[in-house]
Design a protein around this ligand. Structure first.
Ligand code: NI
Length: 261
């Protein structure tokens, strides 16, 4: 079986002691391909570096909504420069986060920088990976206008079933990770059950949000299999089936099909 961890952060210092073993364990678990996402210029460059260093690793580059303080014209140019690397497969993670940030002026600034990066994705013909927390309405509004003609995923999906349905209709995928396996997974199982299979991606967001049975520990790409198992259980499908279609979805969205390891 073959899995893709479509969202993680192997540049995190929590992996500095055993990165090679972590990637080895992922391969043994069937997770041949891993997409690392940056959240600022430094981590975006680190994601590109990882992609160049390890086969099967790819990168997404962008400025996360919580890292927008120093965003300027120069940052946009640097992202475009990084994105020229062959192993950069997406712009992300970008988006809106109103959970930590309550200031409405900063919300507007987040929106502006989000839109600016959507434009970068358009100009480079790359898909986008969106981080969105407690900003469902604004995110949807932006995707309906500035997000037109773009492809992408709402990663670590935390919205409602209604919003998911709107996203799917617009061609946006939803990414699921550890929280789906938690006891307090709330509405996530219902959303996973309702999702068309071509709209489902699996991810870890490692080192954060480790799925059961490793909840609370450091997360790593090998654990994406536990997310796939949960999806299979909820939808009454075989693990082989879930592995196959989530891999196809990842290959299609991020253009990593074939043997481009
Ligand atoms: Ni992330």
């Amino acid at each position: 079986m073959n899995f893709v961890d479509t969202h993680c952060h192997l540049d995190d210092e929590k992996f500095s002691d055993d990165l090679i073993e972590v990637i080895e364990r992922a391969k043994i678990a069937g997770v041949q391909r891993i997409i690392n996402f940056g959240g600022d210029l430094k981590t975006s460059a680190a994601a590109v570096e990882l992609a160049n260093r390890f086969s099967g690793n790819y990168a997404g580059v962008g400025i996360h909504p919580e890292e927008i303080a120093d965003f300027d014209k120069n940052s946009a140019e640097k992202i475009i420069e990084l994105a020229k690397n062959k192993k950069v497969v997406a712009i992300g993670e970008i988006g809106l986060d109103y959970h930590w940030e309550k200031d409405s002026e900063i919300h507007l600034l987040q929106q502006k920088i989000f839109i600016e990066q959507l434009e970068i994705a358009k100009s480079l013909n790359l898909p986008v990976c969106i981080h969105e927390r407690e900003a469902h309405g604004d995110a949807l509004k932006i995707l309906k206008t500035e997000g037109k003609n773009l492809r992408g995923v709402m990663h670590c999906y935390s919205g409602s079933l209604e919003m998911a349905k709107e996203l799917w209709k617009m061609g946006w995928l939803t990414g699921f990770d550890g929280p789906l396996t938690f006891k307090n997974s709330a509405k996530l199982p219902e959303i996973v059950k309702a999702a068309p299979r071509e709209m489902i991606l699996i991810e870890t967001d490692a080192p954060y949000l480790a799925p059961v049975p490793n909840r609370g520990k450091r997360n790593e790409p090998a654990f994406v299999v536990d997310v796939a198992k949960k999806i299979a259980e909820i939808r009454g499908e075989t693990l082989e089936d879930v592995a196959r279609y989530t891999t196809e979805n990842a290959e299609k969205l991020y253009n990593i099909g074939g043997i481009k390891f």
